[in-house]
Design a protein around this ligand. Structure first.
Ligand code: ADP
Ligand code: MG
Length: 315
């Protein structure tokens, strides 16, 4: 199979919001008047971002989903994506499943695949996503105000728990499916990101763990924060054993959550709780920003000893 028939067979689909898609030297799209283009790239490398035996459907879904999550964090509507992929071989069964997963995510969030590049090499997948946001309305990391509430969507720690199971660091039973779904086919919070325009003062998606990602907001916004471990939303298995330092690590520094963490004035509490009901997604107030520089986490009134990238355990 040639490179070109591969592209035609697996990566060419009708593009509904695009003037010229796959097949030319460049794609052509139109940006609506008064809109800014939001652009983001994320690369997935075999062995680093997913295990070698990971299902190709899941790799395809996740490659796009993590990019949709970046659009959500910006309050942007995702519209177009490009896919640069290096393949060790032409494995048609693998490609069929990969593209099925990729396009399932594209369909779920109404995104056109408009181009890319295909080469041979160690498996490596790089997606660039483009979306639209009204001029000046994007959610950025630098807008948090002193005294804002800190909110998190969904649950944290499930994906890290799933990964730990696969790495045989622990053994899950009842929670296995939930945690593996969180790890392999995360649901980016696109509707939440759009709805937070005009409500959130800052926003980020939690991809590297809450401590690291909330830390980016605090640094950009030049403020500190306190958060309460007991308030952080997580599945019952984690919630019921919060003194477990491994569980604390999953919740605070696990990564791969793809939930949104954002700040908002306390005046927005009612609006946020209403929004949570409307989009059927829990959104939880976990703390407050303050004038201190740095991030402090508490568990039952004891301050946890946090390290730069992760954390230790009790101080
Ligand atoms: P060129 O050599 O001009 O860069 P290519 O031969 O690399 O073009 O690609 C041919 C067409 O197929 C282009 O429109 C390109 O955007 C598209 N394309 C290549 N690889 C992919 C891919 N993995 N997914 C989607 N489109 C792709
Ligand atoms: Mg060309």
């Amino acid at each position: 199979m040639s490179e070109f028939s591969l592209i035609e067979k697996y990566f060419t689909r009708p593009a509904s919001q695009t003037d010229l898609g796959v097949g030319d030297d460049a794609a052509l799209v139109r940006i609506a008047e008064g809109m800014q283009l939001a652009i983001s790239s994320d690369m997935l490398v075999a062995g680093t971002h997913f295990l070698h035996d990971c299902a190709p459907y899941d790799i395809g879904w996740k490659a796009l989903a993590v990019n949709v999550s970046d659009m959500a964090a910006m309050g942007a509507q995702p519209k177009w994506a490009t896919l640069a992929i290096a393949l060790p071989e032409i494995n048609q069964a693998w490609l069929a499943e990969f593209s099925r997963g990729f396009f399932a995510c594209a369909d779920a969030f109404n995104i056109d695949l408009i181009g890319g590049d295909t080469t041979s090499g160690p498996l490596n997948i790089s997606v660039t996503i483009m979306g639209e946001v009204p001029l000046g309305a994007a959610l950025q990391r630098d807008g948090a105000q002193i005294g804002d509430d800190i909110w998190v969507s969904g649950n944290l720690g499930s994906a890290a728990l799933g990964l730990a199971h696969l790495q045989e660091k622990l053994s899950l039973t009842n929670e296995l499916e939930t945690c593996l779904n969180a790890l392999h086919t995360p649901t980016p919070r696109a509707a939440l990101g759009l709805a937070l325009r005009g409500i959130a003062t800052s926003c980020i998606d939690v991809s590297d763990g809450l401590l690291a990602d909330l830390g980016h907001i605090l640094k950009a916004s030049n403020c500190g924060a306190t958060i309460d471990l007991e308030k952080i939303p997580c599945i019952d298995l984690l919630k019921n054993d919060l003194q477990n330092s491994q569980f604390q690590t999953f919740i605070l520094a696990g990564g791969d959550d793809y939930e949104l963490c954002f700040t908002a004035s306390p005046k927005q509490r009612e609006a946020i709780n209403l929004l949570s009901k409307q989009i059927h997604l829990p959104i939880t107030n976990i703390g407050t920003t303050n004038v201190d520089i740095g991030l402090q986490a508490y568990y039952k009134n004891n301050q946890l000893k946090l390290l730069k990238q992760g954390f230790d355990h009790f101080a």
